[in-house]
Design a protein around this ligand. Structure first.
Ligand SMILES: Cc1cc2nc3c(=O)[nH]c(=O)nc-3n(C[C@H](O)[C@H](O)[C@H](O)COP(=O)(O)OP(=O)(O)OC[C@H]3O[C@@H](n4cnc5c(N)ncnc54)[C@H](O)[C@@H]3O)c2cc1C
Length: 379
């Protein structure tokens, strides 16, 4: 069935919120606290996250009793849109805010909610995503990390890889096989909250093309998880991970990773009328994606499950993110280099080096198109 992207307007109240966030960010910029960067949602800055937490910009949609502010997904949309538009370093708390906190809120025990959510919302507790493994990415149900039931808990062995900022995080939500694959491979999987500071965890950072240690490999060697570290019920991991992926795919970061480059491109192309049509087309695509993403935020506010809509936004959004540096390279003569003094050269270099990952991380283009085809009844 075709998804319906109901036109959704941002409520009037979000204007004040947007103005507050802009004020805060202008203050941070004039204090020199950060340099705007493309792909800023993987740039780790714990102190910046703490300042955002103190202003109530993390865990915004969670109930106040767990440190949230009971705001709507549309309020959250406005805040994260401004952060991304400014290229602010939001990578430290991004995963905990976007998906891990929500998983704990929906599936965690009361103890875990009380222990972890207020710390996440304060910008003091960071999470990684423990899904992919060596040779296991798209076909997630074939994860090989295994949990063996022992007295009072679970003994976990295995390897996770490509874990964004995992070497800087406190916790991981990991998908683990807790009973042998049956006929239905989606059974027998369980999500655990893993404390990355406990014994039995070995972490090795991995550099990306830009020489940034953006992700890591995490090896579990007889890691002991407690029964209370299980999210949801044992064996329910597939349903939980599917819910987590919908949160992971639906936000504006899936089409705004290049935004600081787009701003610079528009500035520099003012004097190049021949490029205006192509740039206009790009901006039109961006605005359409934005409307779709606001509509997804509206669905989340109404409690709907936007799996298909999220897959569409991510597929089209990340294609946009890959096309933009191509146009930027053709329109403005530049010598892209990371660390170049010229902001355009630096932004373009970073975007070119990160772009191949845009259509991989969070589920590849082919996998997303498979999901879309299934929903449309084509397979
Ligand atoms: C920057 C970055 C950050 C990441 N962060 C994390 C993280 O924090 N946590 C985490 O768990 N993982 C993370 N990942 C891993 C990411 O989720 C996987 O790379 C992705 O799911 C693809 O898995 P794979 O690399 O094993 O490729 P494979 O699954 O081996 O795929 C290889 C190719 O085959 C294609 N393919 C696979 N199956 C099909 C199919 N059924 N039909 C058609 N084509 C298919 C894929 O589209 C791809 O082009 C990150 C990846 C990147 C690049």
């Amino acid at each position: 069935m075709l998804p319906t992207f109901e036109p959704t307007s941002l409520p009037e109240s979000t204007r004040t919120l947007r103005a507050e966030v802009r004020d805060f960010l202008e203050g941070e910029l004039s204090a020199g606290s950060f340099v705007p960067r493309p792909n800023s949602w993987t740039v780790f800055d714990a102190a910046f996250s703490r300042r955002l937490g103190a202003r109530g910009y993390i865990g915004m949609t969670w109930p106040t009793e767990y440190g949230g502010r009971g705001a709507s997904s549309l309020d959250r949309f406005v805040v994260i849109e401004e952060l991304l538009a400014h290229g602010a370093p939001v990578g430290a708390h991004w995963i905990a805010d976007r998906q891990s906190g929500g998983q704990i809120l929906k599936f965690g025990s009361e103890d875990k909610k009380r222990a972890l959510l207020p710390r996440i919302a304060a910008g003091e507790c960071f999470f990684g995503i423990g899904m992919s493994e060596p040779d296991v990415g798209s076909d997630l149900a074939s994860v090989r990390s295994r949990g063996e039931k022992v007295d009072g808990g679970w003994k976990i062995n295995g390897t996770k890889v490509w874990t964004t900022n995992g070497h800087r995080a406190h916790y991981l939500i990991a998908l683990i096989r807790t009973s042998p694959p049956a006929q239905n491979r989606h059974q027998g999987l369980t999500q655990f909250i893993i404390d990355l500071r406990r014994p039995g965890v070995r972490i090795s950072p991995i550099e990306n093309l830009a020489k940034h240690d953006e992700f890591c490999e995490i090896v579990f060697e007889d890691y002991m998880a407690e029964d209370g570290d299980v999210l949801g019920a044992v064996g329910q991991g597939w349903q939980l991970v599917t819910h987590e992926l919908a949160q992971e795919r639906s936000g504006p970061e899936r089409f705004m990773s290049d935004f600081p480059l787009l701003i610079e491109l528009v500035r520099r192309a003012m004097s190049k009328p021949a490029a205006h049509r192509d740039i206009g087309r790009m901006v039109a695509r961006l605005l359409a994606l934005r409307e779709m993403s606001i509509s997804v935020a509206g669905m989340l506010t109404r409690g709907a499950s936007p799996d298909l809509a999220a897959a569409l936004v991510k597929d089209m959004g990340t294609q946009f993110e890959r096309d933009l540096p191509e146009l930027a390279r053709l329109v403005v003569a530049s010598e892209p280099r990371v660390g170049a003094e010229d902001g355009y050269d630096d932004s373009l270099a970073r975007t070119i080096l990160y772009a191949p990952s845009f259509t991989l991380r969070g589920g590849t283009r082919e996998v997303l198109r498979g999901i879309i085809a299934k929903h449309l009844g084509l397979r």
